[in-house]
Ligand binder design. Structure first.
Ligand code: ADP
Length: 477
């Protein structure tokens, strides 16, 4: 079976969030299960200098609106392919900078989606399945049904929603860039309140739609979590499922992670104490004995940074230290910087994307907070558990599916969950965690349970393969 993974980011090449972890790891898992899977990515700045890429000798010609672009196709280990386009991808960031999203994102990802379909023929790869991800590649399933129908008669499409909050919405005038006819600018097509919605293309046109946890699959069918697309998703409910993401347990392993100050495992936790001491020094916390709470993630309203800011006074009155790493919305960044000043010596905030510092937080913190308003799957809590750092999170989406709320009586659980919408709900949940933290033996057992918990990719990859097989059969009749 031949599967093409179309994605705008994938580890190890380019990453801004969980999408990269998922697609990069899925490629490896599929190949390990004897699926001929290939990955296609834009050639972002930095990939060329960090990886030895091979020129495939193929170029593709892509039309975006009235413009024609030629793109060289490069490859890495004959499994990952990259499209060179200086104008679109030779930039500092993937999607935008501090002043906002790049204004030509629609051109960039129309180009990328078409380049992928052109490249299949150029490199001689006839996929049985094209699996595209999020709004950046959501046009592909629609192209396979329209402009590219002849070439992909026997190809089925899978579309995965990693985050319904990002839909790729552009002015109606951008329709002309896609090459699609006006008949698609309707409610049944990709029109969305007078604008063009690229994510909708994946939902209306893919043979199967998946999202990254079972709870999120249920949530986004409701008005509260549907971001305006619950009705459209509801119309495809028969073809819609949740498949939980896994974690790459080789990449995220405190027993071998070279980025952390000391190595450790569930059976020997001394290294974790060393990591904590080192993190306390790095963040210049005054109270060296206080419990240490970490947070790693995008500074976006989704992640509940607002809750944390509003609850800060109450949280810090409990006598804990906190370290926050992230990057994103300027307003939240400003709020966090101000809070760090107010709670100097207790709250350390670093802005930026820093994989090594993230790892030092996962290893050195006692708890990881994830007060997300919604969370499709979430990887940070899985990573935290792997590093013996207890998650404190809202019971939503993948967080609810992967964290078992701690039960004081039985001593069972892998974290602390809350469901209230108010800052005090988060603060109360942290206090509940601190109560258990105060009992060394109980806490150690909890840490060990977290470290033993597994979310294996093998199981998730098997579900994708099963889905691909069913669709393959359906398309071939
Ligand atoms: P999302 O995909 O919504 O951003 P996830 O929890 O699914 O959130 O995945 C986030 C991934 O990105 C994790 O691997 C996390 O460690 C990483 N990450 C997020 N922000 C940063 C950052 N500022 N620096 C380093 N790694 C980060």
């Amino acid at each position: 079976m031949k599967v093409l993974l179309a994605t705008s980011e994938a580890i190890p090449f380019a990453k801004t969030g969980g999408l990269a972890d998922v697609t990069g790891t899925l490629l490896g898992e599929l190949r390990a299960s004897k699926v001929d899977a290939r990955l296609m990515l834009p050639l972002y700045r930095g990939i060329k200098s960090r990886y030895k890429l091979k020129d495939t000798g193929c170029t593709v010609e892509v039309t975006v609106g009235k413009e024609k672009y030629e793109s060289r196709v490069l490859s890495h280990e004959d499994t990952s392919y990259f499209f060179e386009c200086e104008e679109f991808f030779n930039r500092q960031e993937l999607y935008g900078d501090s002043s906002g999203d790049y204004s030509d994102n629609v051109n960039r990802f129309v180009f990328f989606s078409k380049a992928i379909l052109e490249a299949c023929e150029a490199i001689g790869f006839r996929p049985d399945i094209i699996h595209s991800n999020d709004w950046q590649t959501a046009l592909i399933p629609l192209y396979v049904r329209t402009l590219y129908r002849e070439r992909f008669r026997t190809t089925a499409t899978v579309f995965t929603i990693h985050n319904l909050g990002y839909q790729g919405i552009f002015p109606a005038s951008a329709m002309s860039l896609t090459g699609l006819g006006k008949e698609w600018f309707t409610w049944e097509g990709i029109e969305f309140y007078g604008q063009m919605n690229l994510l909708k293309a994946g939902i209306v046109a893919a043979d199967a739609i998946t999202t990254v946890s079972m709870s999120y699959a249920k949530e986004i069918l409701t008005k509260e979590f549907g971001s305006g697309l619950d009705g459209v998703l509801g119309s495809r409910v028969k073809d819609f499922t949740g498949i939980l993401n896994g974690l790459d347990y080789d990449d995220w392993d405190p027993a071998s992670d070279p980025s952390i100050p000391a190595r450790y495992s569930a059976s020997s936790l001394e290294g974790k104490q060393k990591c904590k001491r080192s993190l306390i020094e790095e963040c210049s916390f005054k109270d060296k004995r206080a419990p240490l709470v970490g947070m790693v993630g995008r500074f976006s309203s989704q992640k509940g940074v607002d809750l944390l800011l509003h609850a800060a006074d109450e949280i810090f009155s409990c006598g804990l230290n906190a370290v926050i790493l992230g990057k994103g919305e300027a307003e939240l960044q400003k709020g966090l910087t101000a809070a760090a000043k107010r709670h100097a010596g207790r709250l350390f905030v670093r802005t930026g994307f820093d994989d090594e510092f993230a790892r030092r937080i996962y290893a050195g913190a006692d708890m990881l907070v994830m007060p997300s308003h919604y969370e499709p799957c979430g990887l940070a809590q899985m990573i935290a558990m792997r590093y013996g750092t207890v998650p404190v999170a809202r019971a939503t989406g993948g967080l609810a599916d992967t964290i078992d709320d701690y039960d004081h009586l039985s001593g069972r659980g892998t974290g602390f969950l809350f469901s209230g919408r108010w800052p005090s709900a988060l603060a109360e949940c942290i206090k509940r965690a601190l109560c258990v933290y105060g009992d060394r033996e109980q806490w150690k057992r909890l840490v060990t349970s977290c470290m033993k918990r597994r979310f294996l990719w093998k199981a998730s990859a098997r579900k994708y393969v099963q889905l691909y097989r069913e669709l393959g059969k359906r398309v071939r009749g």
